[in-house]
Design a protein around this ligand. Sequence first.
Ligand SMILES: Cc1ncc(C[n+]2csc(CCOP(=O)(O)OP(=O)(O)O)c2C)c(N)n1
Ligand SMILES: [Mg+2]
Length: 912
Amino acid sequence: MLFDGSVHQLPDTDPGETQEWLDSLDAVIDVHGKVRARYLLSRLLEKAQQSQVSFPATVSTPYVNTIPREHEPWFPGDEHIERRIRAFIRWNAAAMVVRANKHAEGIGGHLSTFASSASLYEIGFNHFFRGKDDGTAGDHIYFQGHAAPGIYARAFLEGRLSENDLDHFRREIARPGQGLSSYPHPRLMPEFWEHPTVSMGLGPISAIYHARFNRYLMNRHLDDTSNSRVWAYLGDGETDEPETLGALSLASREQLDNLVFVVNCNLQRLDGPVRGNGKIIQELEAVFRGAGWNVIKVIWGSKWDNLLAQDKDGVLLNQMNSTVDGEFQRYTIEDGNYIRENFFGPDPRLRQMVAHLSDDDLSALPRGGHDYRKLYAAYRAAAQNLGSGRPTAILCKTVKGWTLGPDIEGRNATHQIKKMNAEQIRTLRDRLHLNDEIPDSALEGDVPPYFRPSEGSVEYQYLMERRRALGGSIPKRIVRARRPLELPADTVFSELDGGSGEQSVSTTMGFTRLLRNLARDEKFGSRVVPIIPDEARTFGMDSLFRELKIYASQGQKYEPVDHDMLLSYTESADGQILEEGITEAGAMSSFIAAGTSYATRGVPSVPFYTFYSMFGFQRVGDLIWQAADSRARGFLLGATAGRTTLMGEGLQHQDGHSLVLASTVPACQSYDPAFAYEVAAIVKHGLNRMYGDAKGPNGEVDPDVFYYLTLYNENYIMPARPAGITDAHIVSGLYKWQAPPTDSSIKLNATVLFSGSAQGAAIAAAEELKTRFNVGVELWSATSYKTLREDALAVERDNRLHPSHPDKVARVTSLLGGSTDPIVAVTDFMKIVPEQIARFVPGRFFTALGTDGMGRSDTREALRAHFEVDMPNIVVAVLASLAQSGSVGADVVEGAITHYALDPARTDPYIV
Ligand SMILES: Cc1ncc(C[n+]2csc(CCOP(=O)(O)OP(=O)(O)O)c2C)c(N)n1
Ligand SMILES: [Mg+2]
């Protein structure tokens, strides 16, 4: 209301009294100035708030610590010992990066990120982060990716890692399976890291949805998550990513007071200042507060408290408020005299305020993020915030590269510095007061030594005792079945084997039926987590709303407009469906939270995330990689798949390439089923792979995989599963769906492979080729070219490396290798999808028909004619490949082209 002056529109019941207040304000401004007036107004607002006079929160507060000195709690730790522990960790973190780069020039690693955030982590480790040694799930901590060396250094101090381990930082190949990964990667260090974070923005959004998923587990009575807090550490530069801040309002709407963001505001990112001309902390405060978060700023260290207490005229505050971050960064690299002249100097009152301080004192006035007391106060306030309904953001001002010496601290290039010369190393040693532990003689070698206090030392005892009291060492990833999952009954799947009879249905409808069956399964049902980003009606999944209910932490406070309808929009606190709204990134974050709950909580749940296939891999591909890194298990369903099957929507909606993108992710099991029974078989096998004893079709044993299935919206009669076709056939990637006709009229033969909705044209072409051209076609359903290719590549490699062994034969080669007839593979995706197997079927002329090019709006028939994947084009492709071997003449092909009125002169559909 204050922002736009609309207060004038409100009724004034006592104008005289109003005028008195306004006059008083004028008098204060006249007599004591604006600073005093601002102070009085702030006090009034504070008082109003205390007196429960509701008032819209202002989005920013002065550039000082949110918690004043007088409200700081008693610090329960031993400050001296903790400082020593921090010094050891700082030292080892720097040493491991320097040593790594000595060993392998250019191997990388980061010194400055952790140097700025060491205290931010150590306060957590010593006083707040809960471990899981007591059998609980503990806290969930998202470490800032580039701070990884510091986390390893602490694990080293705790005796969890050895010197040899540290020496294998970023050298995972040198010691297979045992190197230390550059950043947090559960895929690479499955017993250590829990959450991958280094792709900026993904950690924060995952943390929000993780905190929300914990509430979901609680509200659905699947697990008691009330004692687990989610902590997310992020950089200030990282907040530029849309994913970082994009879901903040969800956190406050869902009242996630189990969530804490700690933002390391060192004012720098990789190239330079985050907001040289502004103030990132103030900007973030406004964003977080505006989104309803509880914001705690930790800007100034304790030594500033006395100065602020003397600031009767508000000149210091004014200077703090008006100094931009670019200047603050400058102050970190300049000496005390520069600070005196430029920060305190211009105003004689300010200059006077620090007259008693030496230049050294001035340059030692620390930032709040390096002050354990200030940090402790902030963390405690966040921890005590439970019950307030508000998530907390702690904004900590730090110096990038803190303690690393003048060549590195606060420099614009600091992020990329990974080497230190002998002099710089000695300076660091002195700065950390480690002269006794690391004497000059120890620095004579080529590389700096590590230092670990002995088990008898007071520091070791202290740090271990703290972790014991808090539930054990972290990070630690454990897969333990606190509440195991029981797989569904076979009947859940077998229902789809019978086909759809006379009814035309889509594979999406088949899947929806399967999902309902799964959710209804007595034992397994509660573990199903259906996730949809505002597209349920598009997919015909709104039929699940009433039965499974939509999760809404606050229940349903209104009667929905469609309450009297059978499929009404039903929200409930124990609802099962995560209806995420229009956020594919948020939905993927939920997928990861649900898909990793088997490890993070020991309570497996199985996400089925159904999305518009075009808005999957190409929209949130990085989050899909993150799911793979996280070892998430579950099912991604790309609905409205295909470039010609989704009618009318045009190029932004028609997906002809998600299967290409899926082929890039090793953990992703990618399938393009044509029929409902195939969908059921793949899901059944997938569940057995994740939570049973099934292996992958190529013998893979890793259960930490997720499936990508395309689902189409074209209705056709779903055939029953052909006799003799097993689940193993279907998940193997390719099986013979229909043998060639044996009529005596058949003169020539060919093979047609189909996937997904291309089945219709393929079946029609087979019939046409038989009746019109006497060509017998055998039809194969190619459910997964990715799987076939992976097997073929593995076999090829094996043969290459074992030249004297008898050659092994790839599955696709043995399935299709017994003939020399041509193959035509047809797909609603790009030609490169079937081409994945082309070179593994030697001796057979291989043609791929696919939908390369930009999508178009039209009917299915028109689109398929346009992309040349319809029945006539398949017939022509088969005849043309028979012509290649001379089996038919060119005139036959030309006759067919004329017969179907195909235009050889038309522009290639690949070209717009
Ligand atoms: C999505 C993404 N883009 C770019 C990078 C490369 N990158 C790594 S660190 C970094 C700067 C990080 O700055 P900030 O978040 O402020 O972290 P800190 O200053 O604490 O190191 C950049 C751009 C990345 N890791 N992820
Ligand atoms: Mg930064």
